[in-house]
Design a protein. Sequence first.
Length: 61
Amino acid sequence: MVTIPILASEHRADSLTVNHSRKVVPVWVSRVETILRQCAQQTTWPSQVVGSGVADELDKL
C-alpha cells in the first residue's frame, strides 16, 4: 500500500484534524488503487459496459 505522510503546521491544523486525516488517507489510497486495477483490467469500451465498476468506484470518492 502506498503511504502518504500528512504534514501540517500547528497554525493550520489542530491535532484532531491531523489524526482524522491519517485515518482517512489509507481508505482513499485503497479506493484509488482499486480504480486503477479495474481500469487496467477493463478490456471493453466503456460504452459497452453496463454498470461499470470503475464508475461505481469513482462515485464513492
